[in-house]
Design a protein. Structure first.
Length: 197
């Protein structure tokens, strides 16, 4: 952590003609749960939000964003199935690095995030009640910036769990919600396009 703070201080202390800009973003989430021994399908949802981009020296930039991001999955077995989605309010401070090649800027992206579920949908009411409201994780991606347009693709590792409580109902091959989903989470790929103002 000390090394990270020292690096950020060094980068910020180097003089540069920064082009700080507001950002409006939107894109697609391709998420799935990592439930073991249960068939699952990727669910396509969306995200949208606003942010601000600070350009630093040596090709680094920081782009914190506040997003509304919908994630979900479908899972099932021979007896029953469930599909669900959660709309999260996410804070994502994205650290980017890439050389400015005048006409465009390719970059790599490290994006930790934390979110709170504002709304949930599920095909089983008891599953909706058991969904965890909190999520956190990290994304790693590559992107390109051309003038005032950014396009980035990320793979996201979600470290939170899907199910937080057990209501006593049984789903998916006679397993409780907690047994089936208590150790799983929502990860996947996101594709984002942003306009810089």
């Amino acid at each position: 952590m000390v090394a990270f703070v020292s690096l950020v201080t060094l980068i910020c202390s180097v003089g540069t003609a920064a082009q700080n800009r507001f950002v409006v973003s939107g894109g697609l989430n391709f998420s799935t749960s990592n439930v073991k021994d249960i068939s699952k399908e990727t669910m396509t949802q969306y995200h949208a939000g606003i942010g601000y981009k600070w350009d630093w020296a040596l090709g680094f930039s920081l782009q914190p964003s506040l997003l509304y991001s919908v994630k979900g999955a479908a899972a099932g077995d021979d007896i029953s199935s469930v599909d669900f989605s959660v709309g999260y309010l996410e804070f994502m401070p994205s650290l980017q690095w890439g050389p400015d090649l005048l006409l465009f800027r390719p970059y790599v992206d490290l994006s930790p995030y934390v979110g709170y579920g504002l709304n949930t949908k599920a095909s089983l009411p008891e599953f909706k009640d058991a969904l965890n409201k909190f999520e956190y994780g990290v994304g790693l991606g590559v992107g390109i910036e051309i003038w005032r347009l950014q396009i980035v693709g990320r793979y996201n590792w979600n470290f939170g769990t899907i199910a937080s409580t057990v209501k006593g109902e049984r789903v998916l091959n006679n397993s409780s919600i907690q047994e089936a989903f208590g150790e799983s989470n929502l990860g996947g790929i996101t594709l984002t396009a942003s306009i810089l103002f």
